[in-house]
Design a protein around this ligand. Structure first.
Ligand code: UT7
Length: 369
């Protein structure tokens, strides 16, 4: 029997606080007109003091589990793709694992900058298809506002906070994640960096004075690289899945710049309506941008069961990649059929299970606070 990895649940979480281009006009020398015309961004969300990458990740994960109708104890592995982890260690994924009560799950962070969600999706699907795992939670969670230099107009207008999550489950039904490509080119490492705080440049008074704890970027070069690899990796993953571009219903790209999204559509010869964009609302939320755009595409009916979708992203590293998915939605719950003389046993079993879930929910609720 072949095994397939289906995306059966999805969820997103965004902070309440909105920072508009007009707010930024008061902070740095910029204008709403410049930001809108060069990036397509009108506003972004900023995490409150009591929010973090983990807390946003937890909210998104719980919603995704609810859509999939999966209990946290059924999760085998949690991957948090993030460019703004809570700490170098422990992993943000472990904090999420504890807070959602996924007591049976392994957990680790994946660092591939804005391509992280694509990498995590591809790896999770491979683990499921191989038979190693049954249920994986893939999360993209960011609070990049904490790493932005609010005096640097080259970067502070671009980034926003938020999280998105997918539940992946094994099934014998054909579909789900069909192919993925992951690429990197470390020779472009210096184009987009957060230099200090690691082992090469440990945090010190000097690194703080030099602003080396902030994101620094060569925007023009990253732009050039992005427009090249977006179309290239989309075509590569379609070829790997043995499909053609005409069979693709929708493309959900990393939301970094509306002009990059439009250039990708043009290079692929696709109408721009086929390429999902919500960058005007959230800016660049790094690893969270693809799952957030997916949740909104589903809400707006732009992505439906039966569609073939390509997720494609790029980021610091340099990294890039794409994943092709035959979208199915939540798996139908399999009802066990008991012979008539054993129906009393089925009723007893479901009562015990319901009771057990209530006890567990009570204990879990107590632990979460
Ligand atoms: O997830 C991956 C993360 N990064 C990206 O995807 C970034 C990719 N790059 C970009 O999106 C674009 O390069 C930017 C939006 C960052 C910049 O747009 P651009 O059209 O490439 O502008 P530029 O860097 O060529 O700068 C043009 C001018 C410069 O002034 P001079 O040197 O021509 O006088 C900048 O100083 O625009 C100036 N500028 C600004 N002006 C007003 C740069 N940022 C701003 C700003 N407001 N916020």
């Amino acid at each position: 029997m072949s095994r397939y990895a289906h995306i059966t649940g999805w969820g997103m979480a965004i902070p309440q606080k909105v920072l508009t281009n007009y707010d930024l006009e008061k902070m740095v020398e910029t204008s709403n007109e410049w930001i809108l015309s060069r990036t397509g961004i009108a506003e972004r969300r900023i995490a409150a003091e009591n929010e973090s990458s983990a807390s946003l990740g937890v909210q998104a994960a719980l919603k995704a589990l609810e859509v999939a109708n999966v209990h946290p104890l059924e999760v085998d592995l949690i991957i948090v793709a993030t460019s703004s982890p809570e700490h170098i260690f422990p992993a943000t994924a472990c904090i999420v694992q504890d807070q959602i009560g996924a007591k049976r799950a392994g957990a680790f962070d994946l660092s591939a900058a804005c391509s992280g969600f694509i990498y995590a999706l591809d790896l999770a699907a491979a683990a499921i298809r191989s038979g190693a795992l049954n249920t994986v939670l893939v999360i993209g969670a960011e609070t990049l506002s904490r790493f932005v230099d609010w005096n640097d107009r080259n970067t502070c207008v671009l980034f926003g906070d938020g999280a998105g999550a997918f539940v992946l489950q094994a099934s014998e039904e054909p579909g789900g994640v069909l192919a993925g490509v992951m690429r990197s080119d470390g020779s472009g490492a210096e184009l987009l960096t957060l230099e200090a705080g690691g082992s090469k440049v440990p945090a010190s008074q000097a690194t703080v004075l030099n602003g080396q704890h902030y994101i620094r970027m060569n925007g023009r070069e990253v732009f050039r690289f992005a427009t090249r690899v977006m179309a290239q990796s989309t075509l590569e993953v379609i070829q790997k899945a043995k499909l053609s571009l005409t069979e693709i219903s929708v493309i959900i790209p990393h939301q970094a710049n509306q002009r990059i999204i439009e250039a990708a559509a043009k290079n692929l010869g696709l109408p721009v309506e086929k390429v999902i964009s919500n960058i005007h609302r959230y800016g660049n939320t790094s690893t969270a941008s693809i799952p957030i755009a997916t949740c909104e595409a589903l809400q707006e009916g732009k992505l439906k069961a039966g569609d073939t979708v390509v997720f494609v992203g790029f980021g610091a590293g340099l990294t890039w990649g794409a994943v092709l998915v035959q979208w199915t939605g939540p798996l139908p719950t399999k009802k066990r059929v008991y012979p008539r003389r054993y129906r009393w046993f089925a009723r007893l079993r479901s009562r015990i299970l319901r009771l057990w879930r209530r006890v567990e929910g009570f204990l879990w609720g107590k632990n979460a606070t």
